[in-house]
Design a protein around this ligand. Sequence first.
Ligand SMILES: Cc1cc2nc3c(=O)[nH]c(=O)nc-3n(C[C@H](O)[C@H](O)[C@H](O)COP(=O)(O)OP(=O)(O)OC[C@H]3O[C@@H](n4cnc5c(N)ncnc54)[C@H](O)[C@@H]3O)c2cc1C
Ligand code: SF4
Ligand code: SF4
Length: 484
Amino acid sequence: MAFAITQTCCADASCVSVCPVNCIHPTPDEPDFGHTDMLYVDPETCIDCGACADACPVDAIFPAGALTGPLRAYEDINAEYYAGRDVLASVAPNFHQWAPPSFTRILPSDFTPLDVAVVGSGPAGMYAVEDLLLHTNSRVTLIDRLPVPGGLIRYGVAPDHPSTKKIGETFARFRDHPRLRLRLGVHAGPELAGRHDAVIYAVGATEARRLGVPGEDLPGSLPAATVVGWYNGHPDVAAVDLSAERVVVVGAGNVALDIARILTADPDSLAGTSIAPAVLERLRSCKVREVVVLARHGPETAAYTRPELLALAARGGLVVDAHDSRIAAAVDAATAGEKAALLRGVPREAIDWSAPPPDGTRRVVLRFHSAPIAFRGDTEVRGVVVSGPVGDVEIAAGRVVRAAGFRGAPVPGLPFDEDTGTVPNVAGRVAPGTYVAGWIKRGPAGGIGANKTCARETVGTLLEDAVAGRLPLRRKGKRLLGRA
Ligand SMILES: Cc1cc2nc3c(=O)[nH]c(=O)nc-3n(C[C@H](O)[C@H](O)[C@H](O)COP(=O)(O)OP(=O)(O)OC[C@H]3O[C@@H](n4cnc5c(N)ncnc54)[C@H](O)[C@@H]3O)c2cc1C
Ligand code: SF4
Ligand code: SF4
């Protein structure tokens, strides 16, 4: 009986290197890796040794025979990745072979230790810290503007995903490292450049992407970061008013599904998670009976990942608005493994949007092919107008959450690309001595694990500059006496 990877996989590839038979894919050097929701075990090759389960930081790997409930589907999901593809020939020439060794982290043995500042203690910052501490003799100053480290692991990942949050424990072990100095509650600025050999900015990207529709700034229209920050106890976020019976979430990515799931959850199911007690109390008394998730495209190309939709569908209380015949056609035509196939058992309903949501239940409605045209309301938002196949429709709603994506904010002293909301860089280098990693480097896409290869690339670039003598402070011969 093989092992199988399940829902919480964050694609950090920690399991890949411990598998003795190289049967976990895609690996970081394979083309699928940058786009995959998760990694998969090849059941034909797995020898059942369990090494991957021990290495996984988020408890995502189990013997396939031990999977129960909604996780049982992952036995087939793992196998489907390998079915019918000649992976050996076309996907990865090195499939089931060991890659050549790489020694990119070796500095000359007489190299004076680098003094590096890392700004941001989210995944990208922590993967950079890990690489610097484990593979070089650098001293690292880790700075975060918040009093609690972790970035979006602490303040973004939903509280009902405790296994995913567990990766924070993997990072926490570096806080006691003798070559790390942790500075929390410090808003870092351009002054760092004069104090360290190199600075890596891993400051994330959590500004709301604007929709550009009339009324989006009405009171009661909230950016996703506000709702997510609220239920995670973010110190900058005040309580969210949940007196509306219907909430519309614009966007259908995983963050939209997180919000829909939490707002419609049975509060008892959240007790015992990391959710703040005050938030739990407010959820108990909240009036929300329906969350409508608006997806711009059809179910075949929805932005959410398969594991997140699978979990929501398995929980129950999920409905698809049957307003457009293309939806049923896509679901019925989908083959196993395609996103739309996940909606096969989900009830479809023709919904009267002028009526209030049904009594006595909390549910999530997925409405595909629905881009918002305008937010309606005078002093407060009271509805969203969406385009439909037979004309525009107004969905009455007392709250709207804008979850149509994030963007980075300018970092003082660094160049900024307004179109992408990122800091322009080449392999993480903004200029010798100044680097970026994570969402501020490549844009707000990819789960926690995607930041590992991203941060490793940045650290590699930094070390290249160090060895080539390009770091400005060292060039000037100013060895550091003090640090930030
Ligand atoms: C709501 C939400 C839920 C998510 N859930 C999941 C999930 O379940 N699984 C998954 O795999 N991925 C998830 N992701 C994606 C994942 O969180 C990101 O891939 C990851 O957090 C990006 O890492 P980062 O280090 O670039 O940014 P962040 O995690 O945002 O970290 C940036 C850090 O920089 C700090 N900072 C910013 N500016 C300064 C400054 N000037 N001085 C000092 N410190 C500063 C911030 O306080 C923060 O701690 C989620 C993302 C969001 C938005
Ligand atoms: S159980 Fe062993 S052989 Fe199977 S995927 Fe995990 S590490 Fe590889
Ligand atoms: S989270 Fe990492 S270690 Fe765990 S299954 Fe996914 S890729 Fe493997």
